[in-house]
Design a binder for this molecule. Sequence first.
Ligand code: Q9C
Ligand code: ZN
Length: 372
Amino acid sequence: MQVVYSPAHLAHDITVETFMGLPVPANEVAERAELIRQALDTDGGFPFVVPTDHGEAPITDVHDPGLVRFLEVAWSELEAQRVDRPFLSADTYPNRAMFEGMSDAAVGSLVREPAHVGGRAGYWGLDSAAPLVAGTYRAARAAVDVALTTVDLVLGGQPVAYGLCRPPGHHAARSMYGGYCFFNNAAIAAEAIVRATGERVAILDVDYHHGNGSQQIFWRRGDVRYVSIHADPDHDYPYFLGRADEVGEGDGLGENLNVPLAPGTKDDEYLVAVDRALDAIAAAPGSVIVISLGFDTYALDPIGTFKLTTAAYHEIGRRTAALGRRLVILQEGGYHRPSLGENTRAWLRGAEGRSFEPRPAADGDARDAVAG
Ligand code: Q9C
Ligand code: ZN
């Protein structure tokens, strides 16, 4: 399987994020992508491809141009406004209750993006856990090129390809970044496939978190079916979307399927959800599936509560490929660094119908404490 990778992600050099108002060590760090790259390289079955520049048009096909402009200038604005911070995080968010009693028309005409960079970050942002640094925009643009080059490989005849996207994308909505995500790589890929093929496309999102951005972008769309398995938003980020009764509206009615699972979910229960999700995808026409692939469902993940094993990832990859559709596999989350490479290798080998033999673990390798 070909793998699309670019070192441009290194520019999104994150060390600290905020959690409930306090600085904590960042989860979505550059080392993640480097560990995955190394594991696939060592495997030998994953030739690397350099992404090509696809320009801005495929991004503004799904995102508000205002979001693109903000992300492009955010760091230079922070410097120009002399905000002395190692990363940009919002000051104030436009909570919907701030406008209670105002009509949509009044809000639309009276509320606007402010000039202060902390206010601008609140205007475009979902949460305080997506730190933005000097190289974030460059890295986020490169992640989109990784996704679109993966699409090119599959539309060019490959049955499956993997894009090592970083930063991830599925929390980014049409007009909003957040949750470590800036541009929605999977949504941009799905939109590009619809435009190139005229076919319907399915997105299978197996990141631990609900992909609120992907759901929002395709909510009213009849040509992109979004199917997500994730932690119940009663207990986990993004909290306000991801429930089972969110089914789409208009042309998109019935095209959105959320399968929320309880904290602590293990392999058996998760695989039942996978079969349900795959049935929902098989029920609609189309020949390509975009996969939002996260490993924060892993037993040792520092921010997830599920208990999945490496063996389960191989099986999920195998079952997904068994649908017989072409697969555009794009990396989302996954924060337990010692296991990331092996879990990715297991999933991708499953998706190619190949066996998976765990790499012998080095001494003290926490990976095998649960999943060995
Ligand atoms: N204590 C992705 O997996 N909240 N994004 C973290 C940690 C934000 C996850 C809280 C989680 C965002 C792509
Ligand atoms: Zn996640």
